[in-house]
Design a protein around this ligand. Structure first.
Ligand code: PEP
Ligand code: MG
Length: 747
C-alpha cells in the first residue's frame, strides 16, 4: 500500500468519524459521508444505496446525482449494476458502465453523464446492507488502491448502519432491529409462548469501527491473536488423546491463526484507519461472501474454520459473549440458525420457545423440544439476522409463526391464544385419571416417552400409564465424557424409583445419525442415517452395551425390568443382542446380585425389513415397539431431517398404514405385545387411525396424552375403520382428508 494512500485513507476515516460523531440527523450524516468520499477520492459522484426491505435497494444519499432522486430511485436485488453488486456481494469496477451487462439507465438521477462506475457492497458478516458507488465522467477503471479504500469505508458504513447512525424521520431510513417483524416458518412443536430473544450465538456489536491510533490498534490485534493462538494450542494439547479428525481441524485452526496473509491484510486495514475489531470483521465478511459462492466442500470447510476463528477473535477483542449462558433473560426464547440435541439439552427446560432458521421436524433436537413441550418454529428465514438479544418475541407454534418486536394488536391477539391454550390444558387435566376408552369399549394404553430424570414428574402429571420409550442416549449426550457404570446404574434406579411401579421400557443406547456424542470419534460416513448407528454400534463394540445392561439389571434391584434394542433389522441382530443380555444376567448371578423379578426384552421395529422377519422372531421377542420416525424415513426413502422431502409423505398414506397393519397382524398371530413410540403416536388423528388398525399401546411426549385421550374417548373405532376403508377403496393416497372430514361431525 503506497504511503500516500495509506495516510489519505486514514485521513478520510478520521473525517468520517467526525462527521458520524456530529450531533446530526441520520440523513445529514449520510449526506456528509457521500460528500466526504467524493471530495477525498476526487470523483464526481458518490452515492449510498441501502436496503429498504430484503429485496429493494434505495438511493439514500448522493453527491453528484440529482438530489430529487434521493429516496425515490429504487431497484430490486440483482437489478442494474447496483443491484448486481449487492447480489454478487462483490465489487463491480468498470470504465464503461453503459456497456456493462445488466446496466439500467435511471433517467431521474441524471447519471447518463458518467462513464466509469465502481460499486462496493456494504456488508457486515456476510449480510449485505447496501452498496457504495462512485462514478466519474472520465472513462477509467478505479485503481486497486482506490477500491481498497472504498472497501474500508464501506465496512465503516456497514457498522454505522447496524448501529442505527443513519436513522431519521420521514423518507429517511428507519432503524434496523426496531420494527415489528413477522417471520413465517413451519410448525415443529405446537403451543404458544412469549418471552425475550436469547441468541444461541450472540451477535458481536462493534461500536468503534474507526481508530486514529493504528499503533495501539495493532497492539490490541496482536495481543488478541496471541491469546487466540494460545487457546488453539491448549485445545490441541487437550485433544492429544482424542481422535485424529479433531486434531486435523485444530491444526487447520492453528494454521489460520498463524497465517501471514490473514494477519497482513488485517494489519493493513488497521493502518488504514480501521479499529482491530473492524479489521477482523472485514476479513470475516469477505470469507463469508466467498463461502456463499464456493461449492467445493474442502474450501467451504476451511472458510467455516476461518469464520469460527474470526468469531473467537472478535469475542476476545470485544469481551462480548464469552459467557453467553450467564446472560439468559427471563422467559428465554432461543433463536438460532440450527441446534443439535446435545446443545439443546444443555440449555435445559428453561427455554420458553425456540425459533430456528433451519431445523427439521424429524431431528432429535426437535424431539427434545417436543418432549419438553417447548413451542418450536423451524425454517423461519431471516430470524437470526433480525433478532437482537432481549427483543420481545411471540412464538406461535400452531401456525409456525414468530412475531419479533410485536405491536400491541398482535400482542393482544396472542394473549387470547395463550388463554385458549390454558383452557384446553384444563380440559385435558379433567380427564387425566380416566382411561383412554373409546365409545366402542376399547382401551388404548397411553404411555409417555422420556429420556431424562427431569421428565419423570410428567408421568403423574400427564396421566401416562408408563414410559413406553426411555431414550437412554440423552443422558450420554448431555455429558462431556462417557458415564461410568456406577453413575448409570444410580441414574436408572432413580428413574425406576420415580416411576413408582409403572413400567419403563429402557431403550439401549441409540447413537449415530444425528445423535453424536461429543467424546466419541465422529464417523465420517456419507450417509449416517443408514450408517453405523444404534444396535450396530452396540454389537460391533459391545463394551458400552454390556455396561449399560449391567447398570439396568442393577437398577431393577430385584424388581421388574423392560429393555428394548434400537434399530433391529433382522432376527440375527435381535438374537445377538439378547445373548448380551443373557451373558449380563449370568454375570450378575455369579456376583450374587439380585435378578429382575420379571424381564422383558424387546426390539424396535424401525426398518421395513423386520416386519418380514421369520416367525421365530415374533415368538422370541417379548415385545415390539414401532419407531415410526425412522421407519417412515426408510419406508418412503425420505430423510427425516430433510424438510423438503419429509413433507411429501403423509403418515396416513395408505401404503404406510397397510404396512403398519401388516405388523399388527403378525404380532397378533404370535401374541407379541406391540406399541408405537414414534412422534406420530402423539398426533391425535394419527393415533386414532393406528388404534382403528388395532394398535392398543401408544407412547408419546407427555403433552400429547391429553389431546390424544380426549379424541379417543369421543369415537367408535369401527366407524373410523370404515371411513379409512372407504378412502382406500376410493383410491385415495392418504386417508387424512376422509378422516378429518368425518371428525368434523363427531363432537
Ligand atoms: C423412532 O425412530 O421412531 C424412535 C422412536 O427413535 P428416535 O426418534 O429416537 O430415533
Ligand atoms: Mg429411531
Amino acid at each position: 500500500m503506497p504511503h500516500r494512500l495509506e495516510t489519505e485513507s486514514r485521513k478520510l476515516l478520521g473525517r468520517l468519524r467526525e462527521a458520524l460523531a456530529a450531533d446530526n440527523e441520520g440523513q445529514a450524516r449520510l449526506d456528509s459521508v457521500v460528500n466526504l468520499i467524493a471530495n477525498s477520492m476526487q470523483t464526481e459522484v458518490c452515492s449510498i444505496y441501502l436496503f429498504r426491505d430484503t429485496e429493494t435497494l434505495e438511493l439514500c444519499a448522493t453527491k453528484g446525482l440529482e438530489r430529487e432522486a434521493v429516496h425515490q430511485t429504487r431497484m430490486r436485488l440483482g437489478e442494474g449494476l447496483v443491484g448486481r453488486t449487492a447480489k454478487s456481494r462483490s465489487v463491480i469496477n468498470t470504465a464503461d458502465a453503459p456497456a456493462e451487462k445488466g446496466f439500467r439507465y435511471m433517467p431521474e438521477t441524471g447519471e447518463e453523464r458518467f462513464s466509469s462506475f465502481c460499486g462496493v457492497p456494504i456488508q457486515r458478516l456476510g449480510d449485505v446492507l447496501g452498496v457504495l458507488v462512485v462514478q466519474s465522467k472520465a472513462a477509467r477503471k478505479f485503481t486497486p488502491d482506490e477500491v481498497y479504500a472504498l472497501e474500508i469505508v464501506a465496512m465503516v458504513i456497514a457498522e454505522m448502519t447496524e448501529l442505527g447512525a443513519f436513522v431519521g424521520e420521514g423518507a429517511a431510513l428507519s432503524a434496523r432491529h426496531q420494527q415489528p417483524v413477522m417471520l413465517r416458518g413451519s410448525v415443529a412443536q405446537e403451543g404458544a409462548s412469549e418471552g425475550k430473544v436469547f441468541l444461541h450465538e450472540p451477535r458481536v456489536v462493534v461500536t468503534n469501527p474507526i481508530s486514529d491510533d493504528p499503533e495501539k490498534e495493532n497492539d490490541r490485534l496482536y495481543a488478541a491473536i496471541e491469546e487466540l493462538r494460545k487457546a488453539v494450542d491448549n485445545m490441541l494439547v487437550g485433544a492429544r488423546s482424542a481422535d485424529t479428525d479433531q486434531i486435523q481441524v485444530l491444526e487447520a485452526y492453528r494454521m489460520f491463526a498463524n497465517s501471514d496473509g490473514w494477519l497482513r491484510r488485517m494489519k493493513a486495514d488497521v493502518e488504514n484507519g480501521l479499529s482491530a475489531e473492524a479489521a477482523v470483521e472485514k476479513e470475516q465478511s469477505l470469507a463469508r461472501a466467498r463461502l456463499s459462492k464456493s461449492a467445493d466442500p474442502y474450501m467451504r470447510e476451511r472458510l467455516h474454520d476461518l469464520d469460527d476463528l474470526s468469531n473467537r477473535l472478535l469475542r476476545i477483542l470485544t469481551g462480548q459473549g464469552a459467557d453467553a449462558k450467564a446472560d439468559m433473560p427471563d422467559n428465554p426464547i432461543l433463536v438460532a440458525r440450527n441446534i443439535g440435541p446435545g446443545e439443546l439439552l444443555e440449555y435445559g427446560k428453561k427455554l420458553k420457545g425456540i425459533v430456528l432458521e433451519e431445523g427439521s421436524v424429524g431431528s432429535h433436537a426437535t424431539i427434545v423440544a417436543r418432549a419438553w413441550a417447548i413451542p418450536l418454529v423451524i425454517n423461519a428465514k431471516g430470524v437470526v439476522r433480525e433478532a437482537l438479544n432481549g427483543d420481545p418475541i411471540l412464538v406461535d407454534g400452531e401456525q409456525g409463526i414468530a412475531h419479533l418486536r410485536p405491536d400491541d394488536t398482535v400482542h393482544a391477539a396472542f394473549r387470547d391464544k395463550l388463554a385458549m391454550q390454558t383452557r384446553a390444558q384444563e380440559r385435558y387435566a379433567s380427564i387425566r385419571d380416566l382411561p383412554a376408552e373409546t365409545k366402542c369399549g376399547n382401551v388404548i394404553s397411553l404411555q409417555m416417552n422420556a429420556g431424562l430424570i427431569a421428565d419423570l414428574p410428567s408421568l403423574a402429571g400427564s396421566g401416562a400409564e408408563g414410559v413406553g420409550l426411555f431414550r437412554t442416549e440423552l443422558q450420554f449426550l448431555i455429558r462431556n465424557q462417557m458415564p461410568k457404570r456406577a453413575e448409570l446404574s444410580a441414574l436408572y434406579s432413580r428413574v425406576v424409583n420415580a416411576a413408582a411401579g409403572k413400567r419403563v421400557a429402557f431403550r439401549t443406547l441409540d447413537i449415530g445419525s444425528d445423535k453424536v456424542l461429543p467424546y466419541m470419534k465422529p464417523n465420517d460416513e456419507p450417509n449416517p442415517a443408514m450408517g453405523w448407528r444404534a444396535i450396530r454400534v452396540g454389537l460391533d463394540k459391545p463394551g458400552v452395551l454390556r455396561m449399560q445392561l449391567q447398570a439396568l439389571l442393577r437398577a431393577a434391584n430385584g424388581g421388574p425390568l423392560a429393555v428394548m434394542f434400537p434399530f433391529i433389522t433382522q432376527i440375527r441382530e435381535f438374537r445377538d443382542a439378547k445373548a448380551e443380555m443373557d451373558k449380563a444376567i449370568a454375570r450378575e448371578k455369579i456376583l450374587g446380585h439380585p435378578l429382575p423379578s420379571s424381564l422383558e426384552v424387546g426390539a424396535m421395529l424401525e426398518t421395513p425389513s423386520l416386519a418380514f422377519a421369520p416367525d421365530a422372531f415374533f415368538d422370541e421377542v417379548d415385545f415390539v415397539s414401532i419407531g415410526g420416525n425412522d421407519l417412515k424415513q426408510f419406508f418412503f426413502a425420505a430423510d427425516r431431517e430433510n424438510e423438503r422431502v419429509r413433507k411429501r409423505y403423509d403418515t396416513l398414506d395408505v401404503s404406510f398404514l397397510s404396512f403398519i397393519e401388516r405388523v399388527i397382524k403378525r404380532c397378533e398371530i404370535h401374541n407379541t405385545p406391540l406399541s408405537f413410540c414414534g412422534e406420530d403416536a402423539g398426533r391425535p388423528v394419527e393415533a386414532l387411525c393406528f388404534a382403528a388398525l388395532g394398535l392398543r399401546s401408544l407412547s408419546m411426549r407427555p403433552a400429547s396424552i391429553g389431546p390424544v385421550k380426549h379424541l379417543l374417548r369421543r369415537v367408535d373405532l369401527s366407524e373410523v375403520k370404515a371411513v379409512m376403508d372407504e378412502a382406500i377403496a376410493n383410491g385415495d393416497q392418504s386417508v387424512r382428508r376422509a378422516v378429518a372430514d368425518w371428525l368434523v361431525y363427531q363432537v
